[in-house]
Design a protein around this ligand. Structure first.
Ligand code: CAA
Ligand code: NAI
Length: 247
């Protein structure tokens, strides 16, 4: 029970990596707020978690690209659970296209969710942690934010930006008892990767020494480490979880 009685807010918690994380965190004793745009999957996850562990989960609908919506998300979570121990900035989208084919709209959509969203969520959640002098903030970057990727100008910019924010907040908030770290996953088997053309995916897989895609659980376990007391002296780091795709 590495998260006994901790309260975690997980954006993008309705599907993929976020959903897996919500279930793992509840198994580890946490109460979770699943915050997601997707009301159907979010509501279903909330129901299933509360069946497995009564009173362990709430769902709040949010569009992380809207500051107003994020403010409502944070106040709903705090109203329900009283405190906020852990924030996982996991919501994210792709809108892939080669540089010259990428529309201005595709650029802005990804910036709005993946970059502005992480700023809004942390801006509104951090004061609740500062007030208590403790907290763990985990941002989701990507191998693409560290190394770039064909067809992902917008996404790479956001995921590199997330690393910049992580390091800045680690410096700003460390002395207030808050650890800020990032996880940079490789290719993980979720709806996001299902959109990648088979040929491109095979190119990636061929380069992974472990010779498989990541599973959502592989990333959820990295989040768990950074959310738990086990990582109390880890601050401002980017934990790469990619099966060795880039070494
Ligand atoms: N790596 C290497 N080569 C790639 C590539 C990649 N990631 N993506 C495309 N290419 C290659 C293609 O194989 C193709 O090569 P050939 O000309 O030799 O056939 C060339 O680039 C042009 O590609 P397309 O013909 O597909 O061009 P398009 O304009 O129709 O589509 C695209 C471009 C939308 C970028 C499409 O190729 C695509 O979706 N690529 C995948 C991009 C990708 O890897 N996205 C990751 C999504 S998962 C994620 O983002 C999570 C995470 O953090 C890792
Ligand atoms: P996913 O598509 O399965 O889940 C993303 C979730 O975010 C969905 O539930 C979606 O509804 C939610 N979401 C999207 N836009 C939102 C918005 N504006 N407001 C609120 N919620 C929103 O994707 P996956 O794979 O689980 O991705 C989770 C995170 O991991 C993302 O930040 C992604 O960029 C990152 N990542 C994923 C990798 C992969 O290979 N799957 C690799 C590296 C990073």
């Amino acid at each position: 029970m590495r998260l006994q009685d901790k309260v975690a807010l997980i954006t993008g918690g309705a599907n993929g990596i976020g959903r897996e994380t919500a279930f793992l965190f509840v198994r580890e004793g946490a109460k979770v707020c699943i915050a997601d745009f997707d009301e159907v999957s979010g509501g279903a996850a909330e129901e299933e978690l509360n069946r497995l562990s009564p009173g362990s989960a709430m769902f709040v609908q949010v569009d992380v690209s809207s500051a107003e919506s994020v403010e409502h998300m944070v106040s709903s979570a705090v109203a329900q659970w009283g405190v906020l121990d852990i924030l996982i900035n996991n919501a994210g989208i792709t809108q892939d296209a080669m540089l010259t084919k990428m529309s201005v709209d595709q650029w802005h959509k990804v910036i709005d969710v993946n970059l502005n969203g992480v700023f809004y969520c942390t801006k509104f959640a951090a004061p609740h942690m500062v007030q208590r002098g403790k907290g763990k903030i985990i941002n989701t970057s990507s191998i693409v934010g560290v190394h770039g990727n064909v067809g992902q100008t917008n996404y790479a910019a956001t995921k590199a930006g997330v690393i910049g924010m992580t390091k800045t907040w680690a410096k700003e908030l460390g002395h207030k008892g808050i650890n800020v770290n990032a996880v940079a996953p490789g290719f993980v088997d979720t709806g996001m990767v299902a959109k990648v053309p088979e040929k491109v995916l095979q190119l990636m897989l061929d380069k992974v020494p472990l010779h498989r895609l990541g599973k959502p659980a592989d990333i959820a376990k990295a989040y768990l480490y950074l959310a738990s007391d086990d990582s109390d002296y880890v601050n401002g780091t980017v934990l790469e979880v990619n099966g060795g795709l880039v070494i």
